[in-house]
Design a protein around this ligand. Structure first.
Ligand SMILES: Cc1ncc(COP(=O)(O)O)c(C=O)c1O
Length: 390
């Protein structure tokens, strides 16, 4: 990998040390240019006129996104965020009293709020799976639970927002298939970070964002829906794009994943997302993932040497999200001090992964998330800055 070239093609790399890739990463210049150029075109020609002219390129985005995760183009719906994608599928399932959703301890708060909402409103049952000693989902416990029966959905974050943990999703997918239980994977932090192949994972649905490890623009996301589910799924909202009036009294729903889209969207952002998918694949995600893991490992090792620093990451396999705290220091203040010194980090709030933080006795913690375009030199300079903070 030519890291220098990659960094030269990323405007932000010579402005800041960007360790907030789990928030929103630095896009490559070609992604920004794609978005800006399309907006200029709209300014010159009109929104609908540009859309018509660029339709082939806009349609191609479905190929770019599906290619990234080894899906088919008709299995992709383009969305404005991971949450919109996730809500679209979760709330479209047939939730009735007593139906069970299995999830993990490190589940993202927005997803958990939806489980609780449907528990309150429809009487669904939420079961949080036990963890192995290392902190990932305990596969034995999962299989034992699936054997008992009565589970509607396994719904899990592949990589949580609050640390390096990578869940063993292919093994979970295998069990979901064996026991014929639907599997919804929140791949918000993993798309672009590690290779994702929906055929290998065997998930039924997958949701993701463009702005994090994929290096796409903000305001983008997507939903993958396995083709075999098109016939029975009923989106919880419809419009004149996802459905067609066939008479004064009847309508027909689209027969592809776009049944979850609505008419209006940002073509500029969609093109940016497509460009980011191409860019990620061109770098070879298995190689970039190796580098992310190596940098994550180095960062953890270096943090462990800092006095009064505690690293909080769990899991057998870890990625580029590193979570830590400095004894006696307020994480928000530390983040602000780092920002003044042109180092971008973030705070992972207790409420974002409440169940996990509560179980582990953690409050708000610091999060430094590295991408392949970061360097060991940046890590060492970050550590030096951290040691000298007031
Ligand atoms: C694991 C996980 N799921 C979902 C989301 C929500 O993504 P979005 O903000 O694009 O809706 C996040 C955002 O941080 C996340 O970390």
């Amino acid at each position: 990998m030519d890291i220098e070239k990659i960094r030269n093609n990323t405007l932000g790399c010579n402005q800041v040390v960007h360790f907030n890739n789990a928030g929103s990463s630095l896009p490559p210049n070609c992604v920004t240019e794609t978005v800006v150029n399309y907006l200029k075109e709209e300014g010159q020609n009109g929104g609908y006129e540009s859309f018509e002219k660029e339709l082939p390129r806009l349609e191609y985005v479905y190929d770019q996104v599906s290619g990234l995760i080894n899906a088919e183009r008709e299995e992709i719906a383009l969305m404005e965020s991971a949450t919109v994608a996730w809500n679209s599928i979760f709330y479209s399932l047939d939730w009735k009293k007593g139906r069970v959703v299995l999830t993990g301890q490190t589940e993202y708060a927005s997803n958990f709020i939806s489980y609780l909402k449907l528990k309150k409103e429809r009487g669904i049952i939420i079961e949080v799976l036990p963890q192995s000693e290392e902190g990932d989902v305990c596969l034995k416990a999962l299989e034992a639970r699936l054997q008992k029966g009565g589970v509607t959905l396994i719904s899990l974050s592949h990589i949580p927002t609050n640390g390096g943990l990578i869940q063993p999703v292919s093994k979970i997918g295998l069990l979901a298939q064996k026991y014929k239980v639907l599997f919804l994977l929140d791949a918000c932090q993993s798309v672009g970070q590690c290779p994702i192949d929906v055929q290998k994972i065997q998930c039924d649905f997958l949701t993701a964002t463009g702005r994090k490890y994929l290096r796409g623009p903000r305001g983008t996301g997507f939903l993958y829906v396995k083709k075999k589910h098109f016939s029975w799924l009923k989106p919880f909202t419809l419009d004149l794009y996802s459905a067609n009036l066939t008479s004064k009294e009847t309508y027909e729903i689209r027969k592809d994943a776009r049944m979850f889209e609505t008419w209006e969207s940002s073509p500029a952002l969609r093109l940016g997302l497509g460009k980011a998918c191409d860019y990620a694949q061109k770098q070879d995600i298995s190689k970039t993932f190796e580098r992310i893991q190596k940098l994550g490992h180095t960062l953890r090792k270096e943090l462990e040497k800092v006095e009064d620093c505690l690293v909080h990451d769990i899991g057998k396999e870890k990625g580029g999200i590193v979570s830590f705290s400095l004894k006696g220091k307020n994480p928000i203040k530390v983040k602000e001090e780092l920002s003044k010194r042109k180092v971008n980090t973030s705070v992972s709030y207790k409420t974002s992964t409440f169940w996990d933080m509560e179980e582990r006795g953690l409050g708000d913690i610091l999060r430094a998330s590295v991408h392949y375009y970061n360097t060991e030199e940046e890590i060492l300079s970050f550590i030096n800055i951290l040691k000298c903070l007031p």
